[in-house]
Design a protein around this ligand. Structure first.
Ligand code: HEM
Ligand SMILES: [Cu+2]
Length: 582
């Protein structure tokens, strides 16, 4: 903790910080401030930068695949493109953006002045940024960037088959972001455990905080495995190691498939590390725009804990086709995850049912999330079945599946969060009309791009292929064209967003503390919050919506009643069976 934290959260700070605590402005502020809001904003802006870079790579690949026998991009470049696209989108965009939101929002939501370790927080950011630049820099080396796919399977990624410096830079950059993530996780956990304001018990934490807590634990369990595996791969590549190398020397050899075990021990929890923050974000958004507390709050928390626990026990569902894993075990556990995930769907629907819904741009994205994510969930259960997976693995069906989860789940929720918290981040509201235009372009473009890929996969189109021929038939030709046109529309959806940000910066509507009439503590602070966050005493914290309780005194009783624990689960069951019967 730093000097800034000496005062407890409830006290009123001086209106103007003393001169030595005033911050520099502009780029200097961004580079030197350890304020959690500046670090959070730096994370978010940088991640969006990586999103644009990764998105352009996706567009380039779809341009190559638009027509058969296309010569736009050769095989080698295509391999680098999907490797960088996958790595950037997962590790340097979707995950890091969530860290940005968490840095900005968690201290506010728990009524704290800042994160527990402010300097460490800055170190995390710089490690993350350097990691991204190191991975990208591979593209400027002689043999180009890494080209072995985002999961870097050995022996493909060994020193003989992928000798370039690009591969080493990939390992170094991924390790940097791995260490950065570990530091952030330590920081999030410490902050949420030790710095909650008086009255903010664990079961009054906003769902976003809960989800980040579980994500942080998953990071601590799995990121060290990734970093260690990276070091071993590096040793194989550079120092003559034989950990993953199958060459027999003096009667012994390394085990290539060991890489897959280690990688997916990290890699599967990683997809939950990526998606759980966004579950948290949509939960906040849906609750705020339904004017209701989260339906069956404790059920939601326990569902998230269950998902977290199961997620470390299912890694080998990525390895059915290797023949070295116990199929029934991993299949059953994978299917089990659908249960707590289904519980969350009832939480979201239950929160909306009977609420006073307002269909803001943010709520559009949240509903888009529900619609798209459910498709990714269903295809996930399909792939959990070994007999189906053996047919579909490494086809476009899988590409469609994970884009429905990561884009349909992640990116839609991400924009729901941006439109929701933008007033808190900047003091100005993004324009609703441009936001809805962005939503519709994104929704139509996304489904056009990725829905048809399910069909392509079932027709046998392999993933990671740079081309197909006219002899593959008309179905291949038309579906690929539809997918590529969809990608153009999807790409175009970023333009209204960028314009919206620019236009809001120039002449956006200035708003007060709580423009959405939301309930969690961040809406008690000024927009944007000053250093130290709160300029007045916190309201009494008696539920997970203290600001709502303070601003709607009559509703408090109602909130407590809705919030009741055992009863709510019963209601889930009842409404579910009613829905099924009618
Ligand atoms: C502009 C939107 C996007 C487009 C047009 C797009 C397109 C593509 C294409 C064409 C591939 C290569 C498929 C193959 O040849 O096997 C791919 C792979 C991939 N994409 Fe995307 N994508 C987009 C957004 C995203 C997002 C937002 C994420 C994650 C957050 C993501 C994650 C991945 C991953 C993990 C791969 C696999 C890479 C690999 O095989 O190693 N994509 N995408
Ligand atoms: Cu998995």
């Amino acid at each position: 903790m730093t000097l800034l934290d000496e005062r407890s959260a409830g006290e009123t700070p001086p209106a103007e910080p003393p001169p030595h605590r005033r911050q520099p402005t502009g780029i200097l502020r961004w580079a030197t401030s350890s304020d959690h809001k500046v670090v959070g904003a730096a994370y978010m802006v940088t991640s969006i930068g990586f999103y644009l870079i990764g998105g352009l790579m996706g567009e380039a690949m779809r341009a190559q695949l638009a027509v058969p026998d296309n010569k736009l991009i050769d095989n080698g470049a295509y391999n680098q493109l999907f490797t960088l696209h996958g790595t950037i989108m997962l590790l340097f965009f979707l995950g890091s953006f969530a860290f940005g939101v968490a840095n900005f929002i968690i201290p506010l939501q728990i009524g704290a002045r800042d994160m527990a370790f402010q300097r460490l927080n800055q170190v995390s950011y710089w490690l993350y940024l350097s990691g991204g630049l190191v991975v990208l820099s591979g593209a400027f080396t002689e043999n180009g960037a890494a080209n072995f796919g985002w999961f870097a399977y050995t022996p493909l990624s060994d020193g003989i088959r992928s000798p370039g410096v690009g591969g080493d830079l990939w390992i170094a950059g991924v390790s940097l972001v791995g260490v950065s993530g570990i530091l952030s996780a330590v920081n999030f956990i410490t902050t949420m455990i030790t710095m909650r304001a008086k009255g903010m018990t664990m079961f009054r934490l906003p769902i976003f905080c809960w989800n980040m807590l579980i994500v942080s634990v998953l990071i601590l369990l799995t990121f060290p495995v990734l970093t260690a595996a990276g070091v071993m791969l590096y040793a194989d590549r550079q120092f003559g190691g034989h950990i993953f190398d199958a060459t027999v020397i003096n009667g012994v050899s390394g085990v290539p498939v060991l890489w897959q075990q280690l990688f997916w021990f990290f890699g599967h929890p990683e997809v939950y590390i990526l998606i759980l923050p966004y579950f948290g974000i949509v939960t906040e958004v849906i609750s705020a725009f339904s004017r209701k507390p989260v339906f069956a709050y404790k059920g939601f928390v326990f569902a998230t804990i269950t998902i977290g626990a199961l997620s470390v026990a299912v890694w080998a569902h990525h390895m059915y086709a290797t023949g070295v894993v116990l199929l029934p075990f991993f299949s059953a556990l994978t299917m089990l995850i659908a249960v707590p995930t289904g519980v969350k769907f009832f939480n979201w629907c239950g929160t909306m049912i009977g609420g006073r819904l307002s269909f803001t741009a943010s709520m559009h994205f949240a509903i888009g999330f529900l619609l798209c994510f459910v498709i990714g969930g269903v295809t996930g259960v399909m792939l959990a079945s070994p007999s189906l997976d053996l047919q579909l693995t490494d086809t476009y069906f899988v590409v469609a599946h994970f884009h429905y989860v990561l884009f349909g789940g992640g990116v839609f929720a991400l924009f729901a969060g941006i439109y929701y918290w933008y007033p808190k981040f900047t003091g100005k509201k993004l324009h609703e009309g441009w936001g809805k235009l962005q939503f519709w372009l994104q929704f139509v473009g996304f489904n056009m791009t990725f829905f048809v890929q399910h069909l392509l996969g079932m027709q046998g189109m392999p993933r990671r292929t740079a081309s197909y021929t006219a002899a593959d038939g008309d179905l291949f030709r038309y579906l690929n064209l539809v997918s590529s046109i969809g990608a153009l529309i999807l790409g175009a959806s970023t333009l209204p967003f960028l314009w919206n940000v620019y236009r809001t910066w120039r002449r956006g509507e200035v708003v007060g503390r709580n423009p959405w009439d939301a309930g969690t503590l961040e809406w008690w602070a000024p927009s944007p919050p000053p250093i130290g966050n709160f300029d007045r005493a916190l309201p009494p914290i008696r539920s997970e919506r203290p600001v709502w309780d303070a601003e709607h005194p009559g509703h408090e009783a109602l909130a407590e009643q809705r919030h009741g624990t055992g009863r709510a689960d019963g209601v889930v069951g009842a409404s579910a069976s009613k829905g099924g019967g009618s």
